[in-house]
Design a protein around this ligand. Structure first.
Ligand code: UDP
Length: 335
C-alpha cells in the first residue's frame, strides 16, 4: 500500500514509517517540521535502507496537500500531525483548535477528491475524561477531556464518526494511545522534544544524561499503592506495529472503530523510575513535588479489543522501554 503519513517525522510517526517500510509498504511523509527534525528522514533510511518520499508542508494547506496526493496513488492515510502539548493548549486554545481541526478536515476533503477511503487516526486515552472507571474500555463514553488538546481528540473522533455515517464506504480507525515511551533499538529514533520535556520519560532521559538536575515527581499523595500516579506505558515500537495492524484491518473493512492501544497494566511513576534505575544501573535524582493540574490518579487500558480485532498485543517489557529510552537519550546528549 502507498500510505501517506502526516507527522511522519515525529516521535510515533517516524517509528510507524519504519514499520511500514519494513513490511513492504511505501510511505509518503507529510510534515511541516514544526516539532521534528529533517534528519529523521535520513535516519529512517539508515534503519530501513529505503528513503520515504517527504513533503515539508502543513497539512492544513489544501493546495500543498493536493500536490502530495497527486505525486502517487495514496491508498490510506495515517494522521499523526497536530499540536500535542497539554499545558500549552490551555494557554493557546485557539491555536490548538484551529491547527488540529483544520488539518484533519482539510485532509478529509483532499482524500475525498482523490477517492482515498482509509484513515487511521492518532487519538488518545484522554478522550475517556475524568469520570470513567479504569481500565478504560472502548464502549465507555468518550466525550470529555481536561484540556483543549484533549478536546481536539474528542472533536476529531466525532468529525470522523459523522463523516463515516455520511460515507458508509469509508473506514476510520480511532487508535486511543495510552503512554508511549521507549525508542528504536538502533538508538536513532526516539522522543526528543524541543525545550524542557513535559512528558515523564524524555524528562527522565535528560536527568540521566545530566542535562537536567533532577526529576520532580508530580504528587506523592494520590490514592494509589505508592502515592504516585499510575499509567499504562507501552513501547513506541509496539504502538507503531499497532498502526500496521490497523491498516491491514482497514483495508477490508468500512465504518468507524475506536481501539485502545495499551498493555492493559498500570505502573506508577515511582515504579517506572526504579525500573529505569535497575535497567540502566544508575541512580536517578528525584524529589516528590506538588501535584500537576489536570493529572488523573490512575488509568490503564482494557487491551482486549485490539487483540480480538487486530490480533495485536504489546510485546516489549518495561525493562525494554527503559533501556531503549536511555540508549536514545544518551546518544542524543552526545550530539
Ligand atoms: N510526571 C512527573 N514528572 C514529570 C512529568 C510527568 O511526575 O516531570 C508524571 C505525571 O504526573 C503523570 C505521569 O508522569 O503521572 C505521566 O505523565 P506524562 O506527561 O508523561 O503523560 P500523561 O499521562 O500526562 O499523558
Amino acid at each position: 500500500m502507498n500510505v501517506l503519513v502526516t507527522g511522519g517525522a515525529g516521535y510515533i510517526g517516524s517509528h510507524t514509517v519504519v514499520e511500514l517500510l519494513n513490511a513492504g509498504h511505501e510511505a509518503v511523509i507529510v510534515d511541516d517540521l514544526s516539532n521534528a527534525k529533517a534528519d529523521v528522514i535520513d535516519r529512517i533510511e539508515t534503519i530501513t535502507g529505503k528513503r520515504p518520499a517527504f513533503h515539508q508542508i502543513d497539512c492544513a494547506d489544501g493546495a500543498a496537500l493536493r500536490r502530495a496526493f497527486a505525486s502517487c496513488k495514496i491508498d490510506a492515510v495515517i494522521h499523526f500531525a497536530g499540536f500535542k502539548a497539554v499545558g500549552e493548549s490551555v494557554r493557546k486554545p485557539l491555536q490548538y483548535y484551529r491547527n488540529n481541526l483544520d488539518s484533519t478536515m482539510t485532509l478529509l476533503e483532499v482524500m475525498e477528491e482523490f477517492g482515498c477511503k482509509k484513515f487511521i487516526f492518532s487519538s488518545s486515552a484522554t478522550v475517556y475524561g475524568p469520570n470513567n472507571p479504569h481500565p478504560y474500555k472502548e464502549d465507555m463514553p468518550a466525550i470529555q477531556s481536561s484540556s483543549p488538546y484533549g478536546w481536539t481528540k474528542v472533536m476529531i473522533e466525532r468529525i470522523l464518526t459523522d463523516y463515516v455515517t455520511a460515507h458508509p464506504d469509508f473506514c476510520a480507525i480511532l487508535l486511543r494511545y495510552f503512554n508511549p515511551i521507549g525508542a528504536h533499538e538502533s538508538g536513532l529514533l526516539g522522543d526528543d522534544p524541543n525545550g524542557i520535556p513535559n512528558n515523564l520519560m524524555p524528562y527522565i532521559g535528560r536527568v540521566a544524561a545530566g542535562q537536567l538536575e533532577k526529576l520532580t515527581i508530580f504528587g506523592g499523595d494520590y490514592p494509589t499503592p505508592d502515592g504516585t500516579c499510575q499509567r499504562d506505558y507501552l513501547h513506541v515500537v509496539d504502538l507503531a506495529v499497532g498502526h500496521l495492524k490497523a491498516l491491514e484491518y482497514a483495508a477490508d473493512h468500512t465504518g468507524a472503530e475506536a481501539i485502545n492501544l495499551g498493555t492493559g497494566h498500570g505502573i506508577s511513576v515511582l515504579e517506572l523510575v526504579h525500573a529505569f534505575e535497575t535497567a540502566n544501573q544508575m541512580k536517578l535524582p528525584y524529589v516528590i513535588g506538588p501535584r500537576r493540574d489536570g493529572d488523573l490518579p490512575a488509568f490503564w487500558a482494557d487491551a482486549q479489543k485490539a487483540e480480538t480485532i487486530l490480533g495485536w498485543t504489546a510485546t516489549h517489557s518495561v525493562e525494554d522501554m527503559c533501556r531503549s529510552s536511555w540508549e536514545f537519550a544518551r546518544k542524543s546528549a552526545e550530539q
